[in-house]
Design a protein around this ligand. Structure first.
Ligand code: GLN
Length: 249
C-alpha cells in the first residue's frame, strides 16, 4: 500500500515538472510569421505581432476561454514546429492544401485568397500576362503556394525568407516579378508611395486560408472551429475584417 502511494506521489511530481517546462493548459501557443501585412506583422513601437490573423485567433481564443501566446518564426518552420510540438497551432495566411493536410489539421476556411504577380512599371510593355514570365526570374517566399506556382511558370525562382525581401530583390532588378498572395500584394502597393510597381491582371488561384492545428489535438481543432463559428455569428469577425480591409467580408 505504502509503495503504491509513493509511486503515485512520484508520478504526480513528475507531472508537475512536466507542466513546469510546458505551458499551462489554457494557453494556446500560436505560431505565425510576422512579415505578411496586413495578416501579421510587427507593430511599430510595441514590437508585438499584430494584424488580421492575430485579431482573429485572439477573438476565437477569448470565446473559448483560452489565452494566446504568439510565437514568431519563419513561414517554412511553422509546420515542422507543429510536428515537434513546439507550437500548438499556426495562423499565418496559410493556404489549405492537400499536401499540408497530411501533416497538420486545418480549421474551417476563414479567408478567401489568391495569388497575383507584381512587376516593375518600367517592364509593363514586356510583361502583360503571367505566361510572359516563362523564362524570367520570379521572386517568392520560401515554402509558399507562390513558390510552387512560380516553379511551374518559370524554372527560375528566387526564394526568400520573407515577402519584403522578395520585393527588395524586384526593386533592385534581381528578379522580374514577385508572386505572392494578392491581399498582401495589394496592401504593399497601397503602402508604397510610388508608381513603380504594377499588378498583372491575372489572379492565379482560388485559395482559402485555414488555421493549422497539430495533428492529434482534436479538442483544440474543435474549439477553434467553435470559436470561429461564434465570432462569425456575433459580428466580431466582420468587425475585424472591416478594421483591416475597410470593407465587410
Ligand atoms: N498563402 C500562402 C501559403 O500558404 C502564403 C502564406 C505566407 O506567406 N504567409 O503558402
Amino acid at each position: 500500500m505504502f509503495k503504491k502511494i509513493t509511486s503515485a506521489a512520484a508520478l504526480c511530481a513528475c507531472a508537475v515538472v512536466f507542466m513546469g517546462t510546458s505551458y499551462a493548459q489554457d494557453v494556446w501557443r500560436i505560431g505565425t510569421e510576422a512579415t505578411f501585412a496586413p495578416f501579421e506583422f510587427m507593430e511599430q513601437g510595441s514590437g508585438e505581432p499584430t494584424g488580421y490573423d492575430i485579431d482573429i485567433i485572439k477573438a476565437i481564443a477569448k470565446e473559448e476561454g483560452y489565452k494566446v501566446e504568439v510565437i514568431n518564426m519563419p513561414f517554412d518552420g511553422l509546420i515542422p514546429a507543429m510536428l515537434t510540438s513546439q507550437i500548438d497551432a499556426a495562423i499565418a495566411g496559410i493556404t489549405i492544401t492537400p499536401e499540408r493536410a497530411k501533416k497538420v489539421d486545418f480549421s474551417e476556411p476563414y479567408y478567401n485568397s489568391g495569388l497575383s504577380t507584381i512587376i516593375l512599371a518600367s517592364n509593363q510593355d514586356k510583361y502583360k500576362k503571367v505566361s510572359d514570365l516563362s523564362s524570367s526570374r520570379i521572386c517568392v517566399q520560401i515554402g509558399t503556394t507562390s513558390a510552387k506556382s512560380a516553379q511551374e511558370i518559370s524554372g527560375k525562382v528566387g526564394a526568400f525568407n520573407t515577402v519584403p525581401e522578395a520585393f527588395m530583390e524586384l526593386k533592385t532588378h534581381g528578379c522580374e516579378a514577385v508572386m505572392n498572395d494578392r491581399p498582401v500584394n495589394l496592401y504593399f502597393l497601397s503602402k508604397m508611395d510610388s508608381n513603380d510597381y504594377v499588378e498583372l491582371p491575372e489572379i492565379l488561384d482560388g485559395q482559402q486560408y485555414g488555421i493549422a492545428v497539430g495533428k492529434g489535438n482534436p479538442e483544440m481543432l474543435k474549439a477553434i472551429n467553435s470559436g470561429l463559428k461564434k465570432i462569425r455569428e456575433n459580428g466580431t469577425f466582420t468587425e475585424i475584417h472591416k478594421k483591416w480591409f475597410k470593407v465587410a467580408e
